[in-house]
Design a protein around this ligand. Structure first.
Ligand code: MSP
Length: 645
């Protein structure tokens, strides 16, 4: 059976970060694993290049859209090449064959009666390329996914009859409980579909950077909605309706589409419905992973805390980084990148558990047998250990099939524990002295065989590292060695182990510039510079001071700002006709309940400003130091609006 594995195609409006790398690493690992087992595998990745978002990003960069898309797409491709990602094809949605395939698919659905012309009006988020129902908007305006402002868009549009497929979709989820991985995520989707599916607007007239409709439809104003165009990449890449179509017969349906949780809905509802309309078989799994944060915070360009894969890889090693990402997070859950966690895993799991094991047998065999290793007595002295190892290795397959690379690695590491324990318990250095040479050498050979089998299984995650281990043990990792050592449990033939340098030198301290520390340093520097300023021109006159209107105010209402860790929205009585609304960064220090009814002091003549899209008409006074923040309040209650000064 063939296996077709895909990543999402990445938008070309920014550089790849660790989120993109994560999906790509998992897909690459699955593809390498399948090939190792001898499966006929096809691995697809690429870039998603149409839509308003890209058009606008290009404009901002002052470049023609295609030139801009070419540049960023090439950056993605180069990055994956540097990581030696083993994709079989890199698709670009601006490729001609893709556009032709998309038009053919559109026409098929249109002729079938699944597409009709209507009018769409809705709240559209340009950034997410999606319409959102009013009920989902934050404060009636902001996008529930990215927090940006949405706008009402009304336009003529072609619709896909998504509603027609509601029952078939529900049947699909019911009959295939592992269609969505992890299962916990399936409920959300099932409930969403049960809630009723509206027909989907699949064309736009408000911009032009997209695939035009097929000429048979005869409506050149429209371009295709970017998600219809994008999802179809999974079949156009296999030559859907063109001369390469034999790939379609060979690889479709996909074994798994890997996606992030934010695009699960598109893949588990729209995509199967489109395929049903095209009378094509459905993918076996849609596997959705969680999101990565850095040091507990959401990554964003403005915060300057985005983790770029190449920076991490250059500092810590390409495969060490890849191991960390796959091992750190249970598939489906959100994960956090921190240098501490990365260093801990490199030092303890890679260096101590695995690297040391290899060093130990290189060291012992150099002393006891002039590097020669012979498996002849392994089963005599260590059958129990080897059986335990094989049992673990036999159990690994299901973790890859269920897309749980973290569990796969967790289990695999147990075999290194067995190896280390065997050395500890049988103490070959004592046996050698006691003339029990056979037994001592059998322990060394046991560990060599454990490492041989484990390196084959490690290969999908750390290909080069695994090959290095194998070459020290004088074999190559490929389908043949998988068959021999893993499937048929063959022992290594006698060989001389090669002395290689340690694979995972210990890391003593963080190797990347730490964002938080840098910020602190800057703050310190600013603080230290301040007194200088004060000595110079930092004094103000009393008139200047009184330009600031400070007033006492009473908090009449307080609310948390959704999606914000820091902000509260307060309604204040400042003795004016209407209450004043201010947005303040005090959520971490005060609860809503303890504020209402109390008094605070505020700057009342600040120009209004927007925070998370919410107007703030003033600023409250507070004192903040390392221990926290406290509000400045009148010592005794005062009438709201009482001036301070
Ligand atoms: N172009 C669409 C996908 C179309 S597939 C037919 C898209 N592109 S994207 O570049 O915005 O995102 C690609 C993938 O990166 C998504 O799976 C998304 O979940 C993932 N990630 C983006 N930020 C992420 C993190 N911070 N952490 C983990 N993955 C994240 O969506």
């Amino acid at each position: 059976m063939s296996k077709y594995i895909t990543t999402p195609i990445y938008y070309v409006n920014g550089e790849a970060h660790i989120g993109h790398a994560y999906t790509t690493f998992i897909a690459d690992t699955l593809a390498r694993y399948e090939r190792l087992k001898g499966e006929d595998t096809f691995f697809l990745t690429g870039t998603d290049e149409h839509g308003q978002k890209i058009e606008e990003a290009a404009k901002k960069a002052g470049k023609p859209t295609q030139v801009f898309a070419d540049e960023i797409s090439a950056k993605f491709k180069n990055l994956w090449d540097e990581f030696e990602i083993s994709y079989d094809k890199f698709i670009r949605t601006t490729d001609d064959y893709h556009k032709e395939g998309v038009k053919k698919a559109f026409l098929k659905m249109y002729e079938k009666g699944d597409i009709y012309l209507g009018e769409y009006e809705g709240n559209y988020c340009v950034s997410c390329e999606a319409f959102f129902p009013e009920t989902q908007l934050i404060d009636g305006e902001f996008c529930p996914d990215c927090g940006r402002s949405t706008s009402i868009v009304k336009e003529e549009s072609y619709f896909f009859k998504l509603s027609k497929y509601q029952d078939r979709l529900l049947e699909l989820y019911e009959k295939n409980p592992d269609f969505i991985i992890p299962k916990a995520k399936a409920n959300e989707i099932v409930n969403f579909v049960k809630g009723g599916l509206k027909d989907l607007s699949i064309t736009r007239t408000s911009f032009s950077w997209g695939v035009p409709l097929p000429k048979e439809v005869n409506n050149p104003k429209h371009v295709m909605y970017v998600w219809l165009d994008a999802l179809l990449n999974y079949i156009t890449a296999l030559g859907y309706e063109n001369s390469q179509e034999q790939l379609m017969y060979r690889y479709w349906p996909a074994f798994v589409h890997l996606v992030g949780k934010d695009i699960l809905r598109f893949h588990s509802i729209y995509w199967p419905a489109f395929l049903m309309s095209l009378d094509l078989p459905l993918p076996k799994h849609i596997a959705a992973h969680g999101w990565w944060t850095r040091d507990g915070e959401k990554m964003s360009k403005s915060k300057g805390n985005v983790v770029y894969p190449k920076e991490v890889a250059d500092a810590y090693g390409y495969e060490n980084f890849r191991y960390f990402m796959l091992r750190e997070v249970p598939f489906g859950q959100d994960g956090d990148f921190s240098q501490k966690a990365l260093i801990d895993r490199i030092n303890s799991e890679l260096s101590n558990d695995l690297g040391n094991l290899l060093n130990r047998i290189i060291g012992m065999s150099s002393k006891y047998s002039n590097y020669h290793i012979d498996s002849k007595d392994v089963l005599k002295y260590h059958k129990k250990e080897l059986d335990a190892v094989d049992e673990i290795l036999e159990g690994l397959d299901k973790f890859m099939e269920q897309v749980q690379p973290n569990r796969y690695l967790e289990e695999l590491w147990k075999v290194f524990v067995i190896g280390n324990q065997a050395i500890q318990e049988s103490e070959p250095w004592v046996k050698i002295k006691n003339n029990q040479e056979d037994e001592a050498l059998a322990t060394v050979a046991l560990v060599a065989n454990i490492l041989a089998r484990a390196s084959v299984m490690l290969y999908p995650v750390m290909p080069k590292t695994a090959q290095k281990i194998a070459s020290a043990l004088k074999f190559e990792i490929d389908n043949n060695s998988y068959e021999r050592f893993v499937n048929n449990k063959e022992l290594l033939s006698p060989f001389d182990i090669e002395k290689i340098p340690p694979l995972f030198p210990k890391i003593e301290e963080p190797l990347l510039k730490d964002v938080k520390k840098e910020e602190k340093k800057e703050e310190e520097e600013v603080k230290q510079e301040k007194p200088k300023e004060e000595n110079q021109d930092n004094l103000i006159t009393i008139d200047q001071f009184f330009k600031t209107e400070l007033k006492v105010a009473t908090v009449i209402e307080a609310q948390e700002v959704k999606k914000s860790k820091k902000l509260l929205k307060l309604q204040l009585d400042v003795g004016e006709e209407k209450p004043r609304q201010i947005v303040a960064g005090i959520k971490e220090f005060y609860s809503v309940d303890e504020l209402v009814g109390t008094q605070i002091c505020m700057v009342a003549n600040l120009k209004p400003a927007k925070l998370m899209g919410i107007e703030s008409q003033g600023m409250l006074l507070a004192a903040k130091d390392d221990e926290g923040l406290c509000l400045i309040r009148p010592e005794k209650p005062k009438k709201p609006g009482t001036p301070i000064g």
